[in-house]
Design a protein. Structure first.
Length: 202
């Protein structure tokens, strides 16, 4: 009888054994969570840049059509109405801006940003007073922030008509190049991500 009673009960885990298991699970979580988080963040960045590129690509097709089928000679290379303002206005028709900003109000349209290696924050002027006359900023109705920089007249197929920098989630973080900030180059008949065939020094 006594033996039968003994077999009814199983030995429970001790508190020490439970703590050891919890500790092991914690170590595993610490090792794997950064990898999972990094993978998720990379996927988010990939989706963001694809959405931004698709949006700008469709807008560029419309802008090209509006300018007679090519952007060759569409902008006069100046930093006034025929240059940066026309560049902004042409895209504004398709990107549906809710706000545009000039030099004095740029911080209301575009966040301070960080480089991929963490340097910053940097003012969204893109390089100081030199750029005061050649950049305009805007916010789209989708919450994206844009920085438009017109270039010299783009006459040849490989000439760059201008640059469009996009913060894909506006003032929300991390406001970092390669994460939520990307640059696109406008050519006479296309738009491509910056660096598709160039080095950063170019």
């Amino acid at each position: 009888m006594r033996g039968g009673v003994k077999n009814k009960y199983r030995k429970a885990f001790t508190l020490a054994e439970v703590m050891v298991v919890i500790f092991i699970l914690g170590v595993i979580a610490c090792e794997t969570m950064p990898v999972i988080i990094k993978s998720y963040q990379e996927k988010v960045s990939s989706v963001r840049v694809k959405v931004a590129y698709s949006l700008l690509y469709q807008a560029t097709l419309g802008v090209i059509q509006d300018n007679g089928g090519t952007l060759s000679g569409a902008y006069d290379g100046t930093h006034d109405a025929g240059g940066k303002q026309k560049f902004l206005d042409d895209y504004g028709k398709y990107l549906q801006f809710v706000r545009t900003c000039e030099w004095s109000t740029r911080s209301q349209c575009y966040p301070n940003y960080y480089t991929l290696n963490g340097l910053g924050p940097s003012d969204p002027n893109g390089g100081g007073s030199y750029n005061e006359g050649r950049i305009l900023w805007a916010i789209g109705k989708n919450g994206m922030s844009f920085r438009f920089s017109s270039n010299a007249p783009c006459l040849e197929p490989t000439d760059r008509c201008g640059f469009i920098e996009v913060d894909t989630n506006g003032f929300k973080g991390p406001n970092k190049f390669g994460k939520d900030i990307f640059i696109f180059v406008v050519y006479p008949d296309s738009i491509k991500p910056h660096g598709w065939n160039l080095t950063l020094s170019q």
